[in-house]
Design a protein around this ligand. Sequence first.
Ligand SMILES: [Zn+2]
Length: 256
Amino acid sequence: MMQQKLTGTERGWWIISLENRVWLPQGELPSGTANQWSLQGHMALPIGEWLGETVWLIRQKMVSDMSSPRLIADHDVQLFQLVGRGVQLAEFYRSHQYCGYCGHGMQHSPHEWACLCNHCHERYYPQISPSIIVGIRRDDHILLAQHQRHRNGIHTVLAGFVEVGETLEEAVHREVMEESGIKIRNLRYVASQPWPFPNSLMTGFLADYESGEIKVDPVELISADWYRYDNLPLIPPPDTIARRLIEDTVALCRHQ
Ligand SMILES: [Zn+2]
């Protein structure tokens, strides 16, 4: 957990990140020794392992090739998760230089990813925002929507952030009602995925249609409709939880 000053001989994967960007020369995450990338003398924090080697975080900006971590999402889902961790930790330390209660400067905990105020003894952890995402089946159809936030032609399942004081299940029922006007039943949990844009943890569910007619919330959605499982529009890429929920629902539709 301790930052260390690089001598140059350290090996591994190098996440160089600031302001939600990451250094990807030629679109790849750099690997090898610190010397190879002229990183000796920099402070680096080990934040995980990838293919048997240490993943290091260096919190700074390079002069070029600072990119969105989205570029890594298509490479490998595990690597994307580590890059997401690095980008979020870099942003956490940048936004927690001073205590929110008393305004004094803070220190990094040597034991965990946390910032400590030595004056009032408050402790801060990286913010994680839980969100829900749900695949909804009606006989051999699936509910897919085009979101206002992503105007890229992709049709996907419904999603939204959990509100304070709400269970995950309540959040699913509320989001589905708010965005599409329908009621669901038989809600069950499937899997989760960290999603570093900027700090969400998506929890994935499947559900069945219960009642109601689709009524689109125009603030959130461009469109929403039932699609037969063998005639889907453009859907999200593999290795996303949205895609998995769609594929799981398609499998259920096929067995109808
Ligand atoms: Zn304080």
